[in-house]
Design a protein around this ligand. Sequence first.
Ligand code: ADP
Length: 502
Amino acid sequence: DNIEKDSELLYVIHVTAEMAPIAKVGGLGDVVTGLARACLLRGHKVDIMLPFYECIQKDDIQELSLMSTYSSYFDGNWIQTNAYSGLVSDIPVILIEPMNQFFKGEDVYGGSYNELEAYLFFSRACLEWMQVTGTQPDIIHVHEWQTGALPLLYWDMYCYLSLQKPRIVLTIHNMEHYGECRQEQLNKCGLDGSLYATIDKAIDDRTIGHNPERLSLLKGAIVYSNSVVTVSATYLNETLCSGWLASALLTNRDKYHGILNGIDTVMWNPASDVFLPANYHAHNTDGKKVCKQYLQRGLGLAFEGRVPLVVCISRLVAQKGLHLIKHAINHIEKHGGQMIVLGKAPDGRVQEEFEALAKLHNKGSTIRILLMYSEELSHMLYAGADMVLVPSIYEPCGLAQMIGMRYGSTSTTYANTKLLYGSFQVPIVRKTGGLADTVFDMDDQSQPEVANGRTLDRAFSYYKEKPIEWAHIVQKVMQIDNSWNKTASKYIDVYNSIRVRW
Ligand code: ADP
């Protein structure tokens, strides 16, 4: 990579609940890692601070070492806390480990501790670490509601102590996660919760009337951050038009930016991906055929003939279009395709529903429903697939379609090049109109039941009847640059616009 160094160099610390691949649940983890790497390559100094979840595999961290032990306030006590440093895929990390039950458990989320309290603790513990170690980054970059208390803690507490240099950027990855927090819960991190129950601080105008107890950490972070970014230009417009915090965002319009996410082309590179049985690139895609067969054989799917293989890799939550995923499973089975779903449902009922589907379909040789999280498998699926299905109801940015493209998995991803700029797949599919490889054409309101299928059929017949054209599309989408190299500079501009020169 011949990336030019920026002339003015910054020190950025990300404070986040997720980081790929060591603590990843969805796109947040990918974004943090990818953006951090892109900034490092441009010459900036970057650290990523995240909780030392019990589920993090220590072997995945290079040069892991205990850096400092300190105490951080929580709920009337000072909690003994360890800060470890290390490298993850060449990116410096600082892992915060409190000596209590927080962040224990098998998964990143859903442990038996109180999640909100744990992240309130974490938000303060990161500032406390900067304070005790005299670390003053130019930018503290927080993400989502989990770290939403940090801007409040910074501007109302730590900047009166010794931290003065940092300015704060918030990225909102998904407005749905509002960060509901009662006043007395906010008290636990040392702030006076009652002071934040106003519209110009951490309460939304929609809730103040009937529930003034209920604060939103995301709202507080919007108000208190120097800059707020969301993950695509269209999502920015959508969030200004409707939804919980629309008026807060409108009030703060001047500091609110839409910057499209990129993908981390080091993590996601079919030419060097260690998880693949064969590597390939746009100019020679033979390896992709090997990947497909390997996947089919490995999962016990039929592997004779030219059969389109569709994959769907997604958190199984309503936003992702669960009914459309289910519909696709049946439809693909009926129409001579193969499908692999890789997903995990945080909601027990959804998980059960998909378990029942798995029981029903996994016996045959066309459908596999794999209800788990597996980074390794996800790489193999993107590589082996002919089409990636992303039937989201709304999608702030969406990475699956971009990763799919990079791995030459076309169909839906091909249509979804438009999705990058929009969150609703339905109107986007309408815009791309007759594209042969549009999967969910919901345009035809008169026949909602068959609407999905028709476009899927069209993709399937295109795949079967026009192998040469299909191969060209594969090469074409593989060459589309959706990398952070393209968009990281926009973040740097935001950082530069608010930094303080000392
Ligand atoms: P979101 O952030 O809403 O989950 P994105 O499309 O932005 O959606 O990012 C999803 C990321 O999570 C992608 O990298 C995708 O491959 C990954 N992912 C989702 N579910 C799984 C799973 N069960 N196993 C492995 N990776 C997954």
